[in-house]
Design a protein. Structure first.
Length: 142
């Protein structure tokens, strides 16, 4: 089974939570943890990673908290996935074709390349602005 890691799932919940708030709004890690059902042991590490890649911004002290580093419409699901899973590659021969002497003529390798490209394009097309709108407007959810 292909799956994303738990940290990636939690990270997407964190970004979605913030995308649903008013632009510039800041909230505490504890608030996100309770509202998005994320164990508090994971929050700080995930927020730190998302801050390092420019998805989130944090402010310490009174009135501080966690916020999106840029508009939700500019943050893609691919960014969040790659922040925790690394570059998309459905097989090692996609990322490093030289690793396999058959990759130049292998139709399976070409299929993996195509599937990886489709997945990358799809995840790039999914923004947290779009996902947040689906929550705000229940009529638009399929």
């Amino acid at each position: 089974m292909f799956t994303i890691g738990r940290n990636t799932d939690y990270a997407s919940r964190i970004v979605l939570h913030l995308a649903c708030l008013e632009p510039g709004a800041r909230v505490t890690a504890a608030d996100i943890a309770s509202r998005r059902l994320i164990p508090s042991a994971f929050i700080r590490r995930i927020v730190s990673r998302l801050s390092a890649v420019g998805v989130l911004a944090t402010v310490r002290g009174s009135g501080g908290g966690i916020a999106l580093a840029r508009p939700a419409a500019q943050i893609t699901l691919r960014e969040v996935v790659e922040a925790f899973e690394g570059p998309l590659s459905l097989n090692v021969c996609v990322a490093s074709p030289a690793i396999c002497p058959l990759s130049v003529t292998c139709p399976v390798q070409q299929a993996w390349v195509g599937a990886t490209q489709h997945l990358a394009a799809f995840l790039t097309g999914v923004t947290f602005g779009d996902l947040a709108r689906e929550i705000r407007d229940p009529q638009s959810v399929p």
